[in-house]
Design a protein around this ligand. Structure first.
Ligand SMILES: [Zn+2]
Length: 120
């Protein structure tokens, strides 16, 4: 998964699709799922106890990572991504949509320069 906690994603499937990007609150890589702010909300009924006064708590349930796309600030939409390397061997996460439009489209530096991937 190329998405990380704190990233913005677009929801592309299910009841909570809209045109706005949402923040990723938590990743669950072992299940291929993530929790997105304001998406897949439900109510959890909590009994009054030591730590809470109980009642209906609004919480987000995890959604499958295939239902979201990483948001590209340049394209202003959810995009497919790919991994590429600079000539120096720096690992980058790149927006495919930006590439198509002739832009660099670097979304994030994934790893520092590694001579193994250097092409010069
Ligand atoms: Zn883009």
């Amino acid at each position: 998964m190329s998405i990380r906690k704190g990233d913005l994603v677009m929801v592309i499937a299910g009841d909570d699709q809209d045109k706005k990007p949402h923040k990723v609150l938590r990743m669950i890589p072992s299940k291929g799922k993530l929790v997105v702010e304001g998406v897949n909300r439900t109510y959890k009924h909590v009994r009054p106890g030591k730590n809470s006064q109980g009642g209906r708590l609004s919480i987000e349930l995890p959604v499958d990572c295939s239902n979201v796309l990483l948001f590209c600030g340049t394209c202003k939409k959810g995009v497919r991504t790919k991994i590429s390397y600079t000539p120096e061997g720096v690992k980058l996460l790149v927006c495919k949509s930006c590439l198509k439009a002739g832009r660099a489209g670097v979304l994030r530096v994934v790893a520092k320069a590694d001579p193994k991937y250097a092409t010069k």
